[in-house]
Design a protein around this ligand. Structure first.
Ligand code: C5P
Length: 223
């Protein structure tokens, strides 16, 4: 039987991962965070001192990388890099920048594609990322483009980092958000953009619960 899929794309800080996870719970679907998959490549570049913009050097790293995704007893998605649980390590602030650079390399995207499609073939999924509705799952049953104003996204990211004890000032976070938006939307390979058949959901003036209500409504109307 064919599995159902909800594709959620959008810039960082729009609340995508939290909302996608909650939506998956509400629907009884598997939540797949594709940013985490890309982050393992960013982490590997960081750890090996590889320039994340040097496509040749990054591509050379791939052949020694075995990336696995598994769901823990906590129900959360864990990422394994050559057997090591890197779920926490990939969340560090420095890794975000590295990841955005390595993600612009077409060979990196091709390397990670099959894993993402395979999950959607074998499960009902809510999958979040940047190119899920446009490239990875163009036939998704529901496509949502989730966004919010840059300042709202930067504020949320900043609070998140504070909670994790990573001290940064707001201006730096905002600048990073804008730079990352720029890279993600202007890259040649699978740039971030709203699919023609995606529903736009703007969370600038909505709190988490209001946003979740909106997403559940959008999904249920279309599944
Ligand atoms: O979603 P998250 O912020 O964890 O993603 C980190 C980076 O990975 C993004 O800035 C983006 O460059 C890249 N990414 C991507 N395609 C995806 C998911 C993430 O290029 N499907």
């Amino acid at each position: 039987t064919k599995h159902r899929s909800v594709a959620i794309d959008g810039p960082s800080g729009a609340g995508k991962s939290t909302l996608a996870k909650r939506l998956a719970e509400a629907l009884g679907f598997l939540y797949v965070d594709t940013g985490a998959i890309y982050r393992t490549v960013g982490l590997q570049a960081f750890r090996t001192g590889t320039d994340p913009k040097d496509a040749g050097a990054v591509i050379a790293l791939l052949k020694d990388m075995e990336i696995r995704l598994a769901y823990g007893e906590d129900g959360l998605q864990h990422m394994y890099l050559n057997g090591e649980d890197v779920t926490q390590a990939i969340r560090r602030h420095e890794i975000s920048d590295y990841t955005s650079s390595v993600s612009a390399i077409p060979e990196v995207r091709a390397f990670l594609m099959e894993q993402q499609r395979g999950l959607a073939r074998s499960h009902d999924v809510v999958m979040d990322g940047r190119d899920i509705g446009t490239v990875v799952l163009p036939e998704a049953d529901v496509k949502i483009f989730l966004t919010a104003a840059p300042e709202a996204r930067a504020r949320r990211r900043w609070l998140e980092l504070q909670e994790r004890g990573q001290e940064t000032d707001f201006e730096t976070v905002l600048r990073d958000v804008l730079e990352r938006d720029d890279r993600d939307t202007h890259r040649a390979a699978a740039p971030l953009r709203q699919a023609e058949d995606a529903v736009l959901a703007d969370t600038t003036d909505k709190d988490l619960e209001q946003s979740l209500t909106l997403l559940i409504q959008i999904a249920k109307e279309r599944l």
